[in-house]
Design a binder for this molecule. Structure first.
Ligand SMILES: *[C@@H]1O[C@H](CO)[C@@H](O)[C@H](O)[C@H]1NC(C)=O
Ligand SMILES: *[C@@H]1O[C@H](CO)[C@@H](O)[C@H](O)[C@H]1NC(C)=O
Length: 281
């Protein structure tokens, strides 16, 4: 029969277009030292009743053009050279399972970046790029000073350090009233062997402008405050008192009675003058 011949001919053509796509979360966030999930699912059109996956390749891209480094592969019914620390997220994944998500068991800074997922099923093939953003929380900062004991009226430096974070964060300085002194500081960012950053900030304290308390706060790459610590300089108001432009409490103790007595004398003089004038008239 001619009609059944046509059906047999058309059917494979339909099947090739049947894989609609591999759908991934565009951006995945992973935490350093923990498991990360790159979530991707193969979507087939509703007319495909029993899809089978023939091949899967998960690759890490170092640049948009490169071939990529194979992390996890599935081909002809078996796993193909999986790299340590990378596996299918579904515990007993097999070719019938359309959830091809990749699980990174111990996320490192080097895992940050773009991944390519290539899927071939018996009804078509597709590939897609998805991104992993690795984050690590900065540790509570620590502050020390040089010299160790801050002497009033001499120059000193506060040094704040926070490590173990990713991506690059910032350290900021505040006094007890919340005034931002970061402009008087200098920050240095150093990557450690594991790719995490160490932040060091030096705040210069000048003669006559030292506050009793400073706060050093660490902010992550998106500007979120992660932690802070306060440091006491053990300089209490001494600096403010020696400021020559401001009257000290001692001078105001003398000045106040003088002002009172002075105005009394002026008042009496004015009274005398007034009396004399009215007597002359
Ligand atoms: C895919 O599998 C992973 C691991 O089991 C699971 O966390 C995720 O929710 C699944 N995704 C979908 C869309 O089913
Ligand atoms: C920064 O901190 C905020 C608030 O804690 C958080 O929501 C965000 O994910 C963090 N971003 C990074 C890059 O660590």
């Amino acid at each position: 029969m001619a009609s059944s011949g046509i059906i047999v001919f058309i059917f494979p053509v339909l099947c090739i277009c049947a894989v609609k796509s591999v759908e991934c979360k565009a951006e995945n966030v992973g935490h350093y030292g923990q498991q990360s999930l790159l979530e991707c699912v193969v979507k087939t059109s509703s007319d495909v009743t029993d899809p089978n996956i023939r091949m899967v390749a998960w690759k890490k891209l170092t640049s948009p053009e490169d071939e990529g480094d194979l992390l996890l592969g599935f081909n002809r019914g078996k796993l193909d050279r999986p790299k340590r620390g990378y596996r299918f997220a579904e515990p007993s994944w097999n070719e019938k399972n359309m959830n091809v998500s990749l699980l990174i068991t111990n996320t490192a800074v080097a895992d940050d970046g773009d991944y390519k997922c290539i899927v071939i099923t018996d009804s078509g093939d597709h590939n897609i790029v998805t991104t992993l953003k690795v984050q690590a929380r900065y540790r509570i900062p620590s502050v020390h000073s040089t010299p160790e004991k801050i002497v009033p009226n001499s120059e000193s430096t506060l040094i704040c350090e926070s490590r173990g974070g990713y991506p690059k964060g910032t350290l900021r300085w505040f006094d007890e009233e919340g005034t931002d002194w970061t402009g008087s500081s200098e920050m240095e960012t150093k990557p450690s062997d594991d790719g995490l950053f160490q932040l060091t900030s030096r705040l210069s304290l000048f003669r006559g402008s030292t506050f009793p308390i400073y706060t050093c706060a660490v902010f992550n790459a998106s500007g979120g405050k992660e932690d802070s610590i306060t440091f006491e300089t053990n300089i209490h108001d001494k600096i403010k008192d020696s400021d020559p432009t401001k009257p000290s409490p001692e001078t105001s103790k003398i000045v106040a009675p003088l002002v009172v007595i002075g105005s009394l004398i002026v008042g009496l003089l004015l009274l005398l003058l007034y009396r004399r004038r009215s007597q002359r008239k």
